[in-house]
Ligand binder design. Structure first.
Ligand SMILES: Cc1cc2nc3c(=O)[nH]c(=O)nc-3n(C[C@H](O)[C@H](O)[C@H](O)COP(=O)(O)OP(=O)(O)OC[C@H]3O[C@@H](n4cnc5c(N)ncnc54)[C@H](O)[C@@H]3O)c2cc1C
Length: 426
């Protein structure tokens, strides 16, 4: 785990939590706008509206930076607040009810900034981390390819060295938000003559530049956030490589840990209990039942109870897994447990909300898109079990690397990557 300010000496040097809380509370009241319930069906935003929303997020991130509250656990020399995960937890509980820059959190702060902090050179950290804290750089992840998603190490996008530059050719896919983002971490092949996990490297890639064509893909909910990038003789300087040549799997393993553990991550700002508790969220089950006038219906009340129990179990189990990992009681592979729980819970909550919305989740008036959004969300409910690596793959990881059960058979483990049968070739 990255060297966060968690040891006792460091904690003693930082502001105590209660003083932090009252300073933060006053600052939020004076500076951050109140949360506005989202009324538009996701995917119904025009490109102009989407870009305006991205800019709003950048501005909010900048506000946090100017107030000294950006990147709570990131070191001060890189623009962070130099505080602890406990301060981040306080922040998350106090930001409830305010707008916050959700588009700059995942995957910008984690896994991307977390990876740069852990594996980047001093120069790379100074170039990118302050820009991330200020909302000037939004990052995405280029892992999946048309022929390799779960098998990330099967990537065929290839970088060939040419002096101080690398020339990259290939394609990445399902890159969420690439069209409105600035940079990406990319895992690419740099050696075909060694087994697949030993011939990859990680690069920082400026998304909008000659050599990359970004195409958009429409999702079932109408959103056009997914992108596929085609890289043709893309030139990347060697100074943008993170970690050693061909040792990308070392960086990649930690990268994917940060990705899977975003639910329990100290690197991101996320209102505590967001969209899972009764409080202010307009999509809370109680609010949805009230909107449809069915709050007194016993069946509806049962659904609300189910929804609350799921949220509570997810939240408390996630926190417990996080504590067990940071306390050294569980190995980091246990993050897969939180990933499974979070993914399955999100799918189930989307289903329950759809049931609660009733007919308004299927057919809605233009002035009541909020309930319609629950219907559209139901269509893509499975995505929370796919994005960030599927829950099936996490089950494999948990059983093999956390519970110590026998591994799946892997025939390509010791074979040079160029000899691995692919795409029907034998
Ligand atoms: C909302 C969302 C956002 C995403 N954002 C990004 C992004 O920003 N960047 C990015 O690079 N990718 C992104 N992805 C892609 C995502 O990481 C992949 O879709 C995912 O890893 C699965 O890969 P695949 O689609 O190629 O499916 P496949 O790997 O072809 O898998 C198909 C099915 O087979 C199962 N399966 C495959 N291998 C095994 C195995 N060994 N054991 C058990 N089951 C197995 C899978 O679980 C799945 O159910 C996103 C996906 C979604 C849905």
């Amino acid at each position: 785990m990255t060297d966060l300010a968690t040891d006792v000496d460091a904690v003693n040097d930082v502001e105590d939590l209660e003083s932090f809380r009252s300073r933060l509370r006053a600052w939020l009241k004076d500076n951050m706008p109140a949360e506005v319930p989202r009324t538009a069906v996701r995917g119904a935003l025009s490109d102009e509206e989407e870009l305006a929303d991205v800019q709003r997020n950048r501005d909010l991130q900048r506000k946090l930076y100017d107030g000294g509250f950006a990147g709570i656990v990131f070191p001060k020399e890189y623009g962070g607040a130099g505080l602890t995960p406990a301060h981040q937890a306080v922040f998350n509980s106090e930001i409830v009810g305010y707008q916050f820059p959700d588009r700059t959190q995942v995957p910008t702060f984690t896994p991307c900034a977390a990876v740069i902090l852990e594996f980047g050179t001093e120069e790379q950290k100074r170039q990118h981390l302050p820009a991330i804290m200020k909302g000037e750089e939004i990052w995405m992840q280029m892992l999946s390819e048309p022929g390799s998603g779960s098998d990330v190490a099967g990537a065929t996008t290839t970088a060939v060295r040419d002096g101080e530059m690398w020339v990259v050719n290939g394609s990445k896919i399902w890159t969420t938000g690439a069209w409105w983002s600035d940079w990406a971490l990319a895992l690419v092949r740099t050696n075909w003559d060694v087994p697949k996990h030993r011939g990859m490297s990680v690069f920082m890639v400026k998304i909008h530049q000659p050599g990359i064509e970004v195409n958009r893909i429409e999702m079932l909910n109408g959103a056009m956030e997914f992108c596929q990038e085609f890289m043709t003789d893309l030139h990347i300087p060697d100074s943008d490589r993170i970690g050693e040549v061909d040792a990308g799997w070392t960086v990649g393993t930690k990268w994917m840990y940060y990705e899977k553990s975003f639910n329990i991550s100290p690197f991101i700002t996320r209102p505590a209990g967001r969209s899972t508790e009764g409080g202010g969220s307009s999509h809370s089950p109680v609010a949805v039942a009230r909107r449809t006038g069915r709050l007194e219906d016993p069946v509806v009340r049962q659904l609300i109870g189910e929804s609350h129990s799921l949220s509570l179990v997810n939240k408390e189990a996630g926190a417990r897994i996080g504590r067990a990992i940071s306390g050294g009681h569980f190995n980091t592979q246990a993050a897969g447990l939180a990933r499974i729980l979070g993914g399955v819970t999100a799918t189930q909550l989307a289903t329950l909300n759809f049931e609660l919305a009733g007919a308004a989740g299927v057919v809605w008036d233009e002035d009541d898109e909020e309930l319609g959004a629950l219907g559209v969300n139901f269509l893509v409910r499975q995505s929370s079990q796919i994005g960030g690596g599927t829950t099936e793959m996490s089950r494999n990881v948990v059983s093999e690397r956390f519970l110590g059960m026998p591994s799946e058979a892997r025939n390509d483990r010791d074979m040079a990557f160029r000899d691995v049968p692919r795409g029907g070739r034998r």
